[in-house]
Design a protein around this ligand. Structure first.
Ligand SMILES: [Zn+2]
Length: 105
């Protein structure tokens, strides 16, 4: 009897981007949570994926954040009434420099 080898090397957990709806390795996506402590809900980046509560995942790309906002995907994924302020998440993505910022001043 031959030892059974797994069909593929152990993969990273997959997550689905709420923006483009594509799946990808967890390390290529950013977890986003809603912070409701200060009144109106704001979205917070959770790079360590350790904040409590429901999270949504989005690629480390501003294009995917834009898509998610346009589709109102965050309120749906987080089961919250929108709109949610994604400013902090946008800043996080811009600082990472993962994709060119559309506007340049
Ligand atoms: Zn995406």
């Amino acid at each position: 009897m031959q030892p059974t080898t797994p069909p593929a090397a152990p993969r990273e957990p997959q997550r689905t981007c709420v923006g483009c709806r594509q799946r990808g390795d967890r390390s290529r996506l950013l977890r986003v949570v809603a912070d409701r402590s200060g009144g109106p809900s704001v979205l917070l980046p959770d790079p360590g994926a350790r904040l409590p509560g429901r999270g949504a995942w989005v690629h480390l790309a501003l294009a995917c954040l834009d898509l998610a906002e346009r589709r109102r995907a965050f309120p749906r994924a987080l089961r919250l009434p929108g709109p949610l302020d994604a400013g902090a998440v946008r800043e996080h993505l811009q600082q990472r420099g993962g994709s060119p910022a559309p506007e340049h001043h």
